[in-house]
Design a protein around this ligand. Sequence first.
Ligand SMILES: *Cc1c(COP(=O)(O)O)cnc(C)c1O
Length: 406
Amino acid sequence: MNDLALERRSLTAGYIAVEAEYGAKNYKPLDVVLTRGSGVHVWDVEGRRYLDCLSAYSAVNQGHCHPKILEAMVEQAGRLTLTSRAFRNDQLAPFYEELCALTNSHKVLPMNSGAEAVETALKVARKWGYEVKGVPDGQAEIIVCDGNFHGRTVAIVGFSTDPQSRGGFGPFAPGFKVVPFGDADALEAAIGPNTVAFLVEPIQGEAGVIIPPAGYLKRARELCTQHGVILILDEIQTGLGRTGKLLAEEHEGIEADLTLIGKALSGGFYPVSAVLSNSEVMSVLHPGEHGSTFGGNPLACAVARAALKVIVEEGLVENAAQVGARLKGSLEALAAPSVKEIRGRGLMIAVELHPDAGGARRVCEALQARGLLAKETHDHTIRIAPPLILTPEQADWIAEQFAGVL
Ligand SMILES: *Cc1c(COP(=O)(O)O)cnc(C)c1O
């Protein structure tokens, strides 16, 4: 190793040491310190280039530092960033209009993080339950799924089934019932007179890209309609092109009552989330009953408008479907003995290893050495979720790296 290489190596170690000294240890990242990104690639402080197969958990679907989103952000940042909703701003109306037209929604409630969108939906659903459905005060029940991931607030982790997410954080909010994911009969059995909503991910992301049986969401939609229950689809990870459809609900030809989006809504530039709704449900909210200082701010709206435009103009939804199918096919063709299953839809793919294959973390570290960044999900699953601008050649390159490591 020459002097320059040594110096750079110690640069990485230096950042990691300072993080360890001052930071809360609520993450266990790979030991790579990134400093720059462009398209599907990121560069570390030592000058090494990687293909990003995580895309910040699908927040960077448009690719890193997309020039059009950057331009919109810089332009808006120099003009007006925050008014609060005490006043109106000229970015909010066009954001609403464009988002509703694109997603076929009637109403929008803008928030910042995904968890805030989930919390908003839970509040709206409960209020709808009392005011429209006639549920007795304090009795509203919301059904959620085993293995869910909807964020990190106290209410949300309270209905998580992951001991790591919920352990030690109680007491929790009552009013949630957990059913197995993918089991429509269990959902039907769990619905009672006070059930106001069913909250579900169309594909469970953090659980390891778990795809429910065909017809499940359709049946859930029917059950919700039949029993007067609000269907809330959490599309914060699956939405905006990731699965090869703009929204994953389209795979089953259904429409949710409330749809939650976030992450890629800003192309990774800025936290922006939204609750999309039909008019009946959202109309239970009146002035003063819910809000957020930053929700719907002009900078967020300008960034989100540009981020949505890129998804449409660059055909990212179609590209995710095509390149995703190609990548999944190449991974399946590897027929690696250490692999238990490849599953996925669009560019949301998981490689599940056999439990005795040595663990997903080791594979991720080996991939890192080859210039590919992926993160393990639980002990034996590697998620592949590159930006949706991925080319067929880059997809083949990803499969080659997996071939080399597995
Ligand atoms: C990431 C995610 C969330 C939470 O979003 P944050 O912005 O991290 O609060 C909620 N639901 C799903 C399905 C997610 O993937």
